[in-house]
Ligand binder design. Structure first.
Ligand SMILES: CC(C)(COP(=O)(O)OP(=O)(O)OC[C@H]1O[C@@H](n2cnc3c(N)ncnc32)[C@H](O)[C@@H]1OP(=O)(O)O)[C@@H](O)C(=O)NCCC(=O)NCCS
Length: 151
């Protein structure tokens, strides 16, 4: 079941994200960061009540939201969970009146299937790079920027 995250999910979200961060697949997150942004998150909860997926929609500006912290456990991959979570994030952004979403990603193939188009990273507002300074790869970022109009 996909639902909005609750504060009690924070540790499981962190474990999921940081396991992939150790493999260099995404940025690691502190509990502090997850607590502060818990309202951004959707999670996928399995039948035993464990969190097996997460995805966040973060508002950047009046016309732009970022899809971030997308992860699905290996056990639950290829079931369309990431697709459905991203869809929920985009629906929430659209309902708020936001016109465009973007992501910085290594899995651009996944986002292309979701209708995102590759863009130049330089086209994104500087504000987007605020948390990048905490990334060990900064300033040599090799993530690909993708965006999608919400219509
Ligand atoms: C990438 C990830 C989120 C995909 O989750 P998932 O739930 O297995 O993906 P879905 O089942 O929703 O896939 C939806 C579609 O995207 C495709 N897809 C999934 N992962 C893909 C990838 N890495 N590259 C290209 N296409 C991909 C699927 O084949 C599927 O296509 P279909 O509709 O034609 O069958 C998951 O593998 C993951 O957590 N990876 C590690 C962390 C990571 O890279 N996060 C992204 C950070 S931006």
């Amino acid at each position: 079941m996909i639902r909005k995250a609750k504060i009690k999910d924070s540790k499981q979200i962190q474990d999921l994200v940081n396991a992939y961060a150790k493999e260099d697949k995404m940025l690691s997150r502190s509990l502090n960061d997850i607590y502060e942004h818990i309202r951004d998150f959707f999670v996928y909860e399995d039948e035993e009540g464990n969190i097996q997926g997460c995805c966040a929609m973060h508002i950047v500006w009046d016309n732009l939201a970022e899809i971030k912290a997308l992860a699905v456990s290996a056990e639950f991959s290829s079931h369309g969970i990431a697709r459905d979570m991203v869809q929920q994030c985009m629906s929430e952004a659209k309902a708020l009146g936001i016109k465009k979403t973007f992501a910085l990603t290594y899995v651009n193939g996944f986002f292309k299937k979701m209708g995102f188009k590759e863009i130049k990273r330089d086209n994104l507002p500087h504000k987007v790079w605020r948390e990048c300074i905490y990334c060990p790869k900064f300033p040599g970022c090799d993530e690909i920027a993708v965006e999608k109009d919400l219509g």
